[in-house]
Write a protein that binds this ligand. Sequence first.
Ligand SMILES: Nc1ncnc2c1ncn2[C@@H]1O[C@H](COP(=O)(O)OP(=O)(O)OP(=O)(O)O)[C@@H](O)[C@H]1O
Ligand SMILES: O=c1ccn([C@@H]2O[C@H](COP(=O)(O)O)[C@@H](O)[C@H]2O)c(=O)[nH]1
Ligand SMILES: [Mg+2]
Length: 237
Amino acid sequence: MWRRVASLSSLVSSSKSRILNQVGCGLNACQVFTTRVLNPAEGGVSDRRRIPFVTFVLGGPGSGKGTQCTKIVETFGLTHISAGDLLRKEISSNSENGSMILNTIKEGKIVPSEVTVKLIKKAIETSENDRFLIDGFPRSEENRIAYERVIGAEPDIVLFFDCPEQEMVKRVLNRNQGRIDDNIDTVKERLKVFAELNLPVIKHYSKKGKLYKIDGTGSEDEIFERVRPVFAALSVR
Ligand SMILES: Nc1ncnc2c1ncn2[C@@H]1O[C@H](COP(=O)(O)OP(=O)(O)OP(=O)(O)O)[C@@H](O)[C@H]1O
Ligand SMILES: O=c1ccn([C@@H]2O[C@H](COP(=O)(O)O)[C@@H](O)[C@H]2O)c(=O)[nH]1
Ligand SMILES: [Mg+2]
């Protein structure tokens, strides 16, 4: 399994970014991606680095991240990790952070990095897959730095669904999935937080040459036809 990931990564990662992956690897980070595999040639086991292929999926509230992730999963077989869904699960399972997370989501603010990164790390570690879409994270530069420190790697690529505010608000208010944050006051705050804290993350990855900016307007299928070539070019699946 780890060999296939390594070759996928090599398609997208420049040697520079792979060096960065290794430089950023603290002890805990290495443990995340080290897998013990049988090494018959030497008659025992050896440690091998397992390098997952990670795509961050970013965009404002209602820009269509979750919708497009579902389509990417269906077509290319990556595993979808929605940071928001992980946090909502913490609320519904009455975890120790549940009420803090609920209040933060109601206010449209950002949950502390340590909480979210821990949940994402666990989702990666417990998955059988080695190719991930991390949806709605990182939300801020602080989130990004915490992720890269704990996981010990940068994402391979970043998708950004670019959508006008008016359209995003319309979609969120029509969503009808019973989300506590799908109301006009929270959406306004989320848009503010997106502009102030999330756009700098998008700019960061743009400067690194990892960003794919996708026009998030039009039908779901039209948008997916803009996404498809990104993964098709990587020979994912
Ligand atoms: N291209 C589209 N045209 C119209 N409606 C859409 C489109 N894409 C998604 N939607 C709808 O808009 C709503 C928001 O989409 P989605 O949940 O995928 O956004 P999101 O970026 O994940 O939002 P959030 O950050 O709030 O989780 C959903 O009800 C979805 O069905
Ligand atoms: O990394 C994250 C992701 C989400 N949040 C909080 O959850 C809501 C909803 O997130 P969606 O991605 O839209 O499902 C978001 O507004 C934040 O309050 C977070 O703090 N950190
Ligand atoms: Mg979503």
